[in-house]
Design a protein around this ligand. Structure first.
Ligand code: TRP
Length: 344
């Protein structure tokens, strides 16, 4: 047996909110990385619907978004045969563990989370307790699988630090139970939106969705911000100050990138030409993703079956962890009054 197969693989966990369609920023910043990791790690990828309800939402839309997210993730290359892909709410143990972990989580620490403060500021009429305890559920997501590596963006740094602190407090109080998870920050530079100013994000409306057709993609690219110093066609540009060039780095060959750099810095090509070249590369990737999505959609029950199978596999692990956790806490020990488990 080859060496790499005999060593137990490390466990990875990551989660994504069912925000609707994936966009280029999610794809380049996170999902491509997940796809690369799934061959060498034991991966759990989770669509975190219980996190999503902490912000305004519609139940019917939530169901749809969860399925769309699953479809997009698989289309991007998450392989259900390699990774466990599932929906958070289908594995009840996550919320149960979150409650247990809350008892070793500091109120002051939660109040220092910048994401909580940002969300509270943006939505002063709905500062609910779920928003406040969001990072505790996130810690539960990770710890219930004893995951040691967590691929996330820089914006999750504080949440990961808190998860580690929760582990230390829990283990000190109840005995060695969990391992401190480590963040795996992707090396991908921040993907800016089409405005070239802020991070690409659905709430800012500066995205290209993976579901848009070529014409829609082109209409957005056509007006995307470039090097602000290049005003006229005859001005030379600086590719390193141009967000369109950043995208070329992901979608274009080395030769094409060199051509762009030369053309831009000598005013040999204009921004529109540069964007047309970019479109060719983007199209190649999107065509592949669209083809996979079409295949999935042709099999009506495929997504549900994949998610149900993922939830079963995840639950087998999560349930074991909870037996240990309940035992450590002294709750629901055999001999105590027990209710039958509710139906899954
Ligand atoms: N909070 C993460 C985000 O918004 C999503 C998430 C939920 C997550 N649970 C997680 C990420 C556990 C990593 C691990 O991006």
């Amino acid at each position: 047996m080859p060496a790499q197969e005999s060593a137990p693989r490390e466990t990875i966990f990551s989660g994504i909110q069912p925000s609707g369609e994936l966009h280029l920023g999610n794809y380049l910043g996170a999902i491509r990385n997940w796809v690369a990791l799934q061959s060498s790690y034991r991966c759990f990828f989770c669509i975190v619907d219980y996190h999503a309800i902490t912000q305004p939402f519609e139940p019917d839309a939530l169901i749809r978004r969860v399925r769309e997210m699953a479809c997009d993730l698989i289309a991007c290359g998450i392989d259900p045969a390699k990774s466990t892909l599932f929906v958070q709410s289908a594995v009840r143990e996550h919320t149960e563990l979150a409650w247990a972990l809350a008892s070793v989580t500091g109120y002051g620490e939660l109040g220092r989370m910048t994401q909580f403060k940002d969300k509270a500021e943006k939505n002063p009429d709905n500062i609910n307790a779920g928003l406040f305890t969001y990072p505790v559920l996130q810690a539960a997501d990770i710890l219930i699988y004893h995951a040691t590596k967590v691929p996330v963006g820089e914006d999750q740094r504080q949440h990961l630090e808190l998860a580690r602190e929760i582990v230390r407090k829990w283990n000190a109080r109840f005995g060695e139970t969990f391992r401190e998870p480590e963040a795996l920050y992707s090396s991908t530079p921040k993907i800016l939106g089409l405005d070239g100013q802020a991070k690409m994000s659905k709430s800012l409306g500066n995205t290209i969705s993976l579901r848009e057709d070529d014409e829609a993609v082109w209409n957005k690219l056509r007006t995307a911000a470039t090097d602000p110093a290049r005003v006229r066609r005859t001005d030379v540009g600086d590719p390193d100050k141009c967000n369109v060039f950043t995208l070329h780095k992901f979608f274009s060959t080395d030769e094409r990138q060199a051509e762009v750099r030369k053309g831009c810095t000598t005013a040999g090509i204009g921004c529109i030409e540069c964007k047309k070249w970019l479109l060719e590369g983007v199209k190649a990737d999107l065509d592949r993703i669209r083809a996979r999505r079409a295949e999935l959609l042709a099999k009506p029950d495929a997504i549900d079956e994949i998610l149900a199978d993922g939830a079963r596999r995840a639950r087998a692990v999560a349930a074991q962890t909870m037996v240990l956790v309940r035992d450590r806490l002294g709750v629901d020990r055999p001999g105590n009054a027990r209710l039958p488990d509710s139906q899954p």
